[in-house]
Design a protein around this ligand. Structure first.
Ligand code: SAM
Length: 254
């Protein structure tokens, strides 16, 4: 697969649609084997039948590997239909949602675990400075985080696997109102460090003290349609009823 001619393409829906039309499988930041020990520890209080939502599954085999590891209730979501179809060919047992993670028409408290690998990273490729926590890109990430908080069940957890260093990401994860404690583990994958960050309801202060040179920040999230999504994407998004209370509206698994 050829690399895009500029990094900003990674934040475009049409880039992913075109890429997944030809590419069968690619695992950003490596496969489950790099993360399995950390994840087993982080998820030790959950049952293997608890519900998992993966944000931005793409054509990666991460959910296939989670299934093989015993997790039985996985829903994969992506903004790209081609990505979902690629994965569904290999993993027909999972559920699939064609959806934009910045505004998910999913009922509150629907999932026990939300997980993402390199998906939030793809929203940040156009950011000029990682220190600008009010950039459009970081506001979009904040929008996703508030959605994740809303759809998680009480006692649920959010796992984010990222190449973004903790001092750039933890300030966003400890934003006022999310009320998350943040655990960060470092994993060597493919020769580079990746970070596994676990968010649970709790006190953000220990993570703030450890990773942040700024005080807890307050983020004013605008409607995501005002941010970096193109008009073409808005047409696509317009087909999703944000007031719907049915998580099956965009279910392409049926
Ligand atoms: C860097 S890839 C990561 C894919 C996969 N998680 C992995 O580990 O290999 C980013 C993925 O996020 C998806 N994506 C980008 N923006 C999205 C959005 N707003 N909502 C849902 N998925 C999105 C892309 O289609 C792509 O599949």
């Amino acid at each position: 697969m050829e690399l895009p001619d500029c990094n900003s393409k990674y934040s475009r829906k049409d880039y992913w649609e075109e890429r997944f039309a030809v590419e069968k499988e690619f695992n950003w930041l490596g496969g489950l084997r790099h993360y399995v020990d950390v994840l087993d520890d982080m998820l030790s209080s959950f049952y293997k039948s608890d519900s998992i939502l993966q944000l931005g599954c793409g054509n990666s085999s991460f959910s296939t590997e989670l299934s093989a590891h015993g997790w039985t209730n996985i829903t994969n979501m992506d903004i790209s239909l081609n990505g979902l179809n690629r994965l569904r060919e290999r993993e027909p047992r999972s559920e699939y949602l064609l959806m934009d993670m910045t505004r998910m028409p999913i009922k509150d408290h629907s999932f026990d675990i939300v997980i993402e690998k390199a998906t939030l990273d793809s929203l940040l490729v156009t950011a000029k400075s990682p220190w600008n926590f009010q950039s459009e890109e970081n506001l979009l990430v904040s929008k996703v985080l508030s959605e994740v908080k809303r759809i998680l069940r009480p006692g649920g957890t959010f796992i984010s696997i990222t190449f973004t260093q903790p001092h750039f990401r933890v300030p966003i994860l400890t934003t006022k109102g999310l009320d998350w404690s943040v655990r960060v583990d470092t994993v060597e994958s493919s020769g580079l460090p990746s970070y596994v960050m676990q968010m649970t309801a709790g006190d953000p202060k220990p993570a703030l003290d450890k990773y942040c040179w700024v005080h807890s920040i307050e983020v004013k999230v605008k409607d995501s349609a005002d941010l970096i999504i193109s008009s073409e994407d808005e047409d696509f998004l317009g087909n999703i009823d944000p007031n719907s209370d049915s998580e099956n509206d965009n279910d392409v698994s049926r």
